[in-house]
Design a protein around this ligand. Structure first.
Ligand code: KG4
Ligand code: ZN
Length: 323
């Protein structure tokens, strides 16, 4: 594929779940602006993302977020060379807001549009400067929607080696947090509380599966039973120990599977890559920068550097895909 000039600027948009985000990235991997408007507080009362609520909020936020990214970089649309947008996978109504905005911007400025797979985006959080990580490597992608082991040979692609058979690791954190009476999103809350607990006070199971797949539903049930066996006073007293034990089991499952690949070059990306115990457990791995673990548009712009731009007006028929 013919590369763009290194100083070409990509305006990237991400709206696949509950973050509305825009970023400006150069083809050389320099991040010029990175704006993320999180909807966490909006969904917290429901203990999870409500798709219809997410779409409506994306609609309100998408233009202001793009404006803010351009302002942060001290530029305007005339200095943008391509528009990139997440087209899959995610909540369909949420994705459509970003895709429609991207099409409208690209069309009105006669720019090419680069459709990006959100999962490739997470991997590409490793490709921005100064990290600029080079394949080949084996990548653990652990987020709220996915938990996968990927074989990455080139920057524009990946091959799936293993995936979760039930819940994603981030989903396990979020559901565990709900059982413990903590807030949403749960990963960060469990991470903080676990630091005050004893990871060995409760024995939580790690699923033993053949191959490189993951399973977290048994662990979630084990936490449910542990919580049910405690009185409210006991639960309050043991909450940190439960959080520590539960987090420890998730981290063990992820680390064991990574090591089972036999890979020497290991990388970790996605929201769960922000977890402090996971980061500490993999001292030799390349970790996504903390600010780029949870959803953002910088990683989408980064992935777009390695993908084929769709010329005007071919992209007007482009669709978002949930899966
Ligand atoms: O990548 P992401 O923003 O969204 C998806 O693409 O799904 O990941 C969000 C997930 C949530 O489940 C959240 O609880 C989890 O990442 N997460 C964490 C931490 N920070 C965010 N999980 C464990 N420890 C953390 N520090
Ligand atoms: Zn994500």
């Amino acid at each position: 594929m013919a590369r763009r000039p290194p100083d070409d600027v990509i305006l990237a948009i991400e709206s696949s779940c509950d973050e509305t985000a825009a970023a400006l990235v150069t083809d050389d991997g320099e991040l010029r602006a990175n704006v993320v408007a999180s909807q966490d507080e909006l969904h917290a009362p429901f203990g999870g993302v409500v798709p219809e609520v997410a779409s409506r909020r994306h609609l309100e936020l998408v233009v202001p977020v793009i404006r803010e990214a351009l302002a942060d970089a001290g530029s305007d649309l005339s200095s943008v060379d391509a528009i990139a947008v997440t087209v899959k996978p995610g909540l369909i109504g949420a994705l459509l807001v970003g895709v429609s905005a991207a099409k409208a911007l690209a069309w009105s400025s006669r720019l090419p549009l680069i459709p990006v797979d959100h999962l490739l985006g997470h991997v590409a959080s490793l490709y921005l400067r100064p990290l600029d990580h080079e394949p080949p490597f084996t990548c653990l992608l652990a987020s709220g929607g996915h938990t996968m082991l990927l074989d990455v040979q080139q920057r524009g692609e990946y091959r799936v080696l293993g995936t979760t058979l039930d819940d994603a690791a981030g989903e396990a954190f979020d559901k565990g947090a709900r059982l413990l009476g903590l807030g949403y999103p749960g990963g960060k809350e469990i991470d903080a509380l676990a630091a005050q607990g004893d990871p060995n006070a409760f024995a939580f199971p790690v699923a033993r599966l053949p191959g490189l797949d993951f399973s977290f539903s048994g662990l979630k049930t084990a936490l449910l039973y542990a919580v049910r066996d405690l009185s409210p006073a006991e639960l309050a007293a043991r909450r940190a120990d439960l959080a520590a034990g539960y987090q420890h089991a998730i981290v063990r499952a992820l680390v064991e599977r990574l090591h089972a690949t036999g890979a020497e070059r290991i990388a970790v990306v996605g929201g769960v890559a922000a977890n402090s115990e996971l980061r500490a457990a993999l001292p030799d791995a390349t970790l996504a920068p903390l600010a780029l673990c949870t959803d953002n548009a910088a990683m989408i712009g980064s992935a777009a550097r390695y993908l084929r731009p769709v010329p005007y007006p071919e992209y007007l028929s482009l669709d978002a895909q949930a899966g």
